[in-house]
Design a protein around this ligand. Structure first.
Ligand SMILES: [Zn+2]
Length: 168
């Protein structure tokens, strides 16, 4: 089927030429996620600018689906507000639950861009986790980065040294 081979082409292209790969500084949070059923791994960092994802950098290894997924995700989420990026993640989740239904992919095409190419993966329950790993990592890292940002504005939680003085 023509559409399916086009999708495969997109996935292979992201796998061979990953977009935004490499771990970059500075970053607000780093997470490491694994998909033990397949042996996929990703280390993912997010850098926030206010509540916008200024950068999402990563390293990973594993099957083509898992590694292509993080590359396609990078394109989709960098420069977006966290809430919007996580909404896109919800739509990707919907695509993964579509069991290969082409009408779902059609509806999400504009929103998911290259990530819609993973539509075929939803027919293979064992591979869905491969495609979702990067999005889980993003959700986790974003939550951590936001909680860091929150506490930065709050009073210091670590106790300041008592100023009783003269401990010599
Ligand atoms: Zn995999």
């Amino acid at each position: 089927m023509q559409l399916e081979s086009m999708y495969q082409e997109i996935i292979l292209d992201h796998y061979k030429n990953p977009h935004g790969r490499g771990l970059r500084d500075p970053f607000d949070a780093e997470v490491h996620h694994v998909n033990p059923t397949c042996g996929d791994e990703v280390t993912l960092r997010v850098k926030l600018d206010g509540d916008t994802l200024a950068d999402v950098s990563y390293e990973g290894m594993g099957c083509s689906i898992s590694q292509a997924s993080v590359s396609a995700m990078h394109d989709l989420v960098v420069g977006k507000p966290v809430t919007e990026a996580l909404e896109t993640g919800e739509h990707f989740m919907t695509l993964m639950q579509a069991k290969g239904d082409p009408s779902v992919a059609e509806k999400l095409e504009d929103e998911l861009e290259d990530a819609v190419a993973f539509a075929g993966v939803s027919k293979y329950p064992a591979r869905i986790k491969c495609a979702l790993m990067s999005w889980m990592a993003l959700k986790d890292a974003s939550a951590r980065a936001l909680s860091v940002a929150d506490s930065a504005g709050a009073p210091a939680t670590h106790p300041t040294a008592p100023t009783t003085g003269g401990q010599s």
